[in-house]
Design a protein around this ligand. Structure first.
Ligand SMILES: *[C@@H]1O[C@H](CO)[C@@H](O)[C@H](O)[C@H]1NC(C)=O
Ligand SMILES: *[C@@H]1O[C@H](CO)[C@@H](O)[C@H](O)[C@H]1NC(C)=O
Ligand SMILES: *[C@@H]1O[C@H](CO)[C@@H](O)[C@H](O)[C@H]1NC(C)=O
Ligand SMILES: *[C@@H]1O[C@H](CO)[C@@H](O)[C@H](O)[C@H]1NC(C)=O
Ligand SMILES: *[C@@H]1O[C@H](CO)[C@@H](O)[C@H](O)[C@H]1NC(C)=O
Length: 626
């Protein structure tokens, strides 16, 4: 009898656990995920951006929405569909409201900034978090109404533009900026939202939408926890985070590991890896057309591979890039049809996982005592140490190229390195995921002397050197997070070399990044009356921060036809404002979370930078190396 009772208790416990674990981890809404409603509405092209529809909450309960859709019959016309949407859906973002940042006084360190214009601009950036901070609030939605947002308890900061929800890897750079702004509790809120997500879904989704549940993004959560921990030394927080980071680690390990045979040995590394059989709801029309309307018809297997490789490209955060395509030229077909994302082992993903393994080992060793038994703690510490060790060994053998003195991605189709430069190759030097062979002064000199030479030719760190592919994660774009990574990498390398060889170069890069962001803000109407920066005539807006920049010098003009804020300037000294190339979206994203974060970090770390006069030549020459 007692045994029977115990058995019941055990069964009940198992059921509780199962219910928790069985929260659907793929898109399964009859409205926002693959199904006849989504397909009909998206292919009617009511909006320029496929993302608009899937971000609209319903204005009627779900069953009424579905009935309304059924009533449309088999082949509704565009006007009927428009009518259906307007009578059953509410405007985008009705399920969130602005969050009042109550603790935000003036920026604490602005006195340290020498230049009056940069001082004023830093204050503008600091205040701009208020425009990007939101909280989830469904009080304006009817009973039974739904939205595609994945609810969170705490406030959050979004990138801006069409990105109305928070994103995974973007948020690292946002959190960096919030910490620069002294908004520690908002940074903590964001991290805790992510920890809740990992707890609920078993991994960190790409962003806070149901249609992002099929994939993650570069694993930056451990880096966020570290950033916050370094700033606050909050050990209790770290202890709370540790078991959740374990869980995230398990996801990457289980879902994305590949075993590579090389010279009779087996190595384990990771790649981005999403299984998907339908157009991404937020890019429905683009994916649908790519797969169904190309120059050649695809077999069902090819279609499904392409859907998976598209979603995997989005998981990489580099959507899209020549790193993932078999072809690098637009040769009549669409480049994206040659995506091979799941067969590329990316260098930054493995550097991030090495960093995760290393922090988890360190943190369990140092702070794990109250979390678990001594034996468990030692087991976990040595498990993570071993994973980190094996990964570095695999990176050394498969990703590092000693002849080129460079990290490359590894191509699982050709079983060879890609031999193409991308800024991702600098991530190991930022995070410290560098095998002994690559850490010698000679190797470090070769890696960063090349970077030095590249910066003589281009004002910023190029995303990749592939010929213009019109994809946004390629030449000629430079992205703020990649500049941040490069600056950190150079500072680390100086520390390893124990001299100031690259300090000047890091500073020039910081200067150029800051100048580009500042001038694009000024040229779109930004002003600082107190610092003598008057608003430019003919600017309707009040200054925008952009998500990415063009690092080309001026001579090329084949790009950016649709750019609203197109701006070309006769100067080479800093990155220029970029407008959209093809392959991405055709509107400029303004806001912008990671650019603000990186700019604040630069201004706080390089106090003596001087704001350029954005209307005349300002060149920041690359210094000689020490
Ligand atoms: C998510 O994955 C499942 C199974 O892998 C797939 O059937 C579904 O179409 C995917 N959903 C989205 C939104 O991509
Ligand atoms: C946020 O601030 C605005 C303007 O100061 C105010 O009208 C609003 O009530 C505040 N909202 C909350 C939730 O405190
Ligand atoms: C991870 O893999 C498991 C097991 O194959 C699968 O059920 C789950 O959907 C995958 N998660 C994601 C986000 O792809
Ligand atoms: C990988 O190797 C294959 C086979 O050699 C090649 O066609 C492809 O361009 C390479 N790169 C990618 C990203 O697939
Ligand atoms: C390393 O790079 C060189 C080009 O610099 C290339 O010839 C060589 O094949 C690469 N090594 C490996 C192991 O891929």
């Amino acid at each position: 009898m007692i045994a029977y009772f115990l058995l019941l208790v055990v069964v009940a416990l198992v059921q509780v656990v199962n219910t928790h674990e069985s929260i659907p981890v793929s898109c399964n809404s009859p409205i926002y995920c693959e199904g006849p409603l989504l397909k009909t509405v998206q292919l009617a092209r009511l909006y320029d951006d496929s993302k608009t529809f899937v971000d609209m909450p319903t204005s009627k309960p779900v069953d009424q929405v579905l009935e309304g859709f059924k009533a449309l019959g088999d082949h509704p016309g565009k006007e009927e569909i428009r009518q259906f949407v307007s009578s059953h859906f509410a405007p985008v973002a009705s399920e969130m409201k602005p969050y009042n940042i109550t603790t935000s006084g003036p920026l604490a360190w602005s006195d340290k900034v020498d230049d009056a214009k940069y001082r004023g601009w830093a204050e503008v950036l600091h205040q701009s978090w208020a425009r990007l901070a939101f909280q989830f609030d469904t009080s304006s939605l009817c009973d039974g109404c739904v939205s595609s947002t994945l609810p969170v308890k705490r406030p959050f900061v979004v990138p801006g533009g069409r990105f109305r929800e928070f994103y995974y890897w973007d948020s690292y750079f946002v959190i960096e900026g919030l910490l620069q702004s002294g908004l520690n509790s908002l940074a903590l809120d964001m991290i805790e939202n992510f920890l809740d997500f990992v707890d609920t879904y078993g991994f960190m989704p790409n962003g806070a939408r149901i249609y992002y549940l099929n994939r993650s993004q570069p694993p930056f959560l451990t880096e966020m926890v570290n950033l916050y921990f370094q700033k606050t030394k909050d050990v209790d927080f770290l202890k709370k985070a540790l078991p959740v980071l374990d869980k995230e680690y398990k996801f990457w390990r289980t879902n994305t590991t590949v075993t590579i045979r090389h010279n009779d040995r087996k190595y384990k590394l990771n790649r981005f890896n999403v299984e998907n059989h339908s157009p991404r709801p937020e890019s429905y029309v683009e994916d649908y057309n790519l797969v169904h309307h190309g120059p050649q018809a695809l077999t069902p297997k090819q279609q499904s591979d392409l859907f998976s490789d598209l979603a995997t490209g989005a998981e990489s955060g580099w959507d899209y890039s020549s790193r993932w395509t078999k072809h690098h030229h637009q040769d009549g077909g669409d480049l994206l049809r040659s995506l091979n994302t799941r067969h590329v082992v990316p260098v930054e993903l493995n550097a991030l996982l090495w960093s995760m393994e290393t922090y988890l080992a360190d943190w369990y060793e140092t702070y794990g005592a109250d979390l678990t038994t001594d034996k468990q703690r030692r087991r976990k510490t040595s498990y993570y140490r071993k994973q980190a060790h094996q990964r570095l060994d695999a990176m050394d053998t498969l990703l590092w190229n000693d002849t080129s003195a460079e990290f490359f991605d590894y191509n699982l189709t050709s079983h060879a390195q890609t031999l193409q430069f991308s800024a991702a190759a600098l991530v190991p030097f930022w995070l410290g995921a560098v095998p002994a062979r690559a850490r010698t002064p000679a190797a470090l000199h070769r890696v960063f002397d090349t970077t030095h030479a590249l910066l003589r030719q281009n004002p910023g760190i190029l995303t990749s050197t592939a010929v213009p592919t019109s994809m946004q994660w390629d030449f000629p774009n430079g992205w703020p997070p990649l500049q941040y990574v490069a600056i950190h990498a150079m500072r680390n390398v100086d520390a390893w070399l124990d001299k100031d060889r690259y300090e000047g170069l890091a500073k020039v890069l910081a200067q150029r990044m800051a100048a580009s962001a500042y001038c694009s803000w000024y040229l779109t109407g930004g002003s600082l009356p107190d610092a003598g920066l008057t608003k430019l005539a003919n600017t309707a807006d009040n200054g925008h921060m952009f998500e990415k920049f063009d690092v080309r010098s001026l001579t090329d003009s084949g790009f950016g036809g649709e750019c609203k804020f197109k701006y070309r300037h006769e100067k080479k000294g800093f990155m220029q404002l970029f407008c959209m190339g093809g392959g991405g979206l055709d509107t400029v994203q303004v806001g912008f979370g990671w650019t603000n974060g990186v700019a604040l970090w630069i201004l706080n770390n390089y106090n003596d930078l001087v704001a350029p006069d954005c209307t005349s030549n300002n060149i920041y020459p690359v210094p000689d190396l020490n």
